[in-house]
Every structure is written in structure tokens, then in C-alpha cells.
Design a protein around this ligand. Structure first.
Ligand code: 3NM
Length: 216
């Protein structure tokens, strides 16, 4: 199983072709990986399955070459077909134990959570990591629940042993605060794929996150 959250801090990038300023997926993913992003999730909501499969094959090749972890959102079948490192699911998807039966012991399963009850259930169900969000309001996800703020993030940091990833409305200007409230891994969509200069943005976001964490 690839190490998720290998370092002290990490950025977790998600794709979204609607926010990528018209640039091809290969260009956006290439820039993220060249900038040192080591966890990449394919998250596309309105594409045909064949197109998603083709794009995931491409991302599998790029992430493999970069030594990065590749996770597919929602589509367990596509994750399995391309040999992804992980699949990320939500509260409305199949239960984690059933997903585990499909994907086997080695594929990571990430589960989005929004409450302490869901976090505890995720641990008991055998998830490998949890999403914690939305920390702030976000336009990127449809049907998103109200922001959970820092209270839930801090609760997870104190009480949950699994790796966790803060998500939702995280930007260069607020990521230091997210880190100060316990996040060691932050997932960003619009701030990264929507940046004119992805390299510069990744660097700036990473610098801001380190600032929030303070000295080692
Ligand atoms: N999941 P942005 S919020 C994909 O709370 C996703 O589980 C969330 O996009 C959750 O970084 C979200 O552009 C969207 O705000 C995050």
C-alpha cells in the first residue's frame, strides 16, 4: 500500500476540468506533479465513463512516473481497471466494507466525513483515511453540507488515529489557519487547478501551510 501522508505536511490535489481554465488534463496534472504534489485525485462529475477511463489511464501513467499516489473519486470500477492506488467515496456511496470486498486489501479507501459520528464509523468500517470538511464554504462541490469549520477538524485531530485530509474552501490565504487547527494534509481543488501559474501557486500554498505549522 503506498504511504498516504508520507511527510509532515502534504498537499492533496483534485482535478476539475470545469475549473482548469480550458487547459488539458495532462497539462494541469503535469504542472501539479512537477510542482511536487504527491497525492492526486481524479474527480470529474459530468463526463462519460469511457472518457473518464481514458483520463484515468493517463493520470495513472503520470503519477506512476512521478512516484505519486493516484486516487479515483467515486468510480470504483475505473479505479480497479487502471490500477489506482486508492478510491475516494462519499457518505452516499456503497458502504466501506463492501467497497473493500471489491477492491481487495491493498487499495486505499478514503471516505468523506462531516461529523464526529461519521469519522468514528469510518474508522470502524475500515477506511484508510478520511476527508474532513468542508472547512469553509465552497462552490466546487454540489450538494455540499454546511461548513464544519475548525471545531470538527480539531476534534478529528485529537480523537481519530487515521490519516485525515482537510478539504473545502482551502486557499493560499487561509491554509495557515487550517494547519494551525490540526491539519497535516490539505486537499484543494479550485485554488490549484484554477491558478494561472500552477507551479507558483503550489509553492505559495505550501509555504503558507508551513508557516501555519510553525517550526519542527
Ligand atoms: N469535498 P475547493 S468539499 C470535493 O467537504 C470536496 O467533503 C468536500 O473544493 C467535502 O477546494 C469539496 O475548490 C470541494 O473548495 C473542495
Amino acid at each position: 500500500m503506498p504511504a498516504i501522508l508520507p511527510g509532515r505536511t502534504d498537499l492533496y490535489a483534485l482535478t476539475d476540468s470545469r475549473l482548469s481554465l480550458g487547459r488539458p488534463l495532462a497539462v494541469v496534472a503535469g504542472a501539479l506533479l512537477e510542482s511536487g504534489v504527491r497525492i492526486l485525485q481524479y474527480r470529474e462529475k459530468k463526463l462519460k465513463a469511457g472518457k473518464m477511463l481514458e483520463e484515468c489511464r493517463l493520470l495513472r501513467r503520470l503519477t506512476e512516473r512521478a512516484g505519486a499516489c493516484f486516487i479515483v473519486n467515486d468510480h470504483i470500477d475505473i479505479a480497479m481497471l487502471v490500477g489506482a492506488d486508492g478510491v475516494h467515496i462519499g457518505q452516499e456511496d456503497l458502504p466501506v466494507p463492501e467497497v473493500r470486498r471489491l477492491v481487495g486489501p491493498d487499495m486505499l479507501i478514503g471516505l468523506s466525513t462531516h461529523t464526529p459520528e461519521q469519522a468514528v464509523a469510518a474508522v470502524n468500517a475500515g477506511a484508510d483515511y478520511i476527508g474532513v470538511g468542508p472547512i469553509f464554504a465552497t462552490q466546487t462541490k454540489e450538494d455540499v453540507v454546511d461548513p464544519v469549520g475548525f471545531e470538527y477538524l480539531e476534534w478529528v485531530a485529537r480523537n481519530i488515529e487515521l490519516p485525515f485530509v482537510a478539504i473545502g474552501g482551502i486557499k493560499e490565504h487561509n491554509i495557515a489557519d487550517v494547519a494551525r487547527h490540526g491539519a497535516r494534509c490539505c486537499a484543494l481543488v479550485s485554488e490549484l487547478v484554477g491558478a494561472q501559474d500552477i507551479h507558483a501557486k503550489v509553492e505559495a500554498v505550501r509555504r503558507a501551510m508551513r508557516e501555519g505549522l510553525g517550526p519542527d
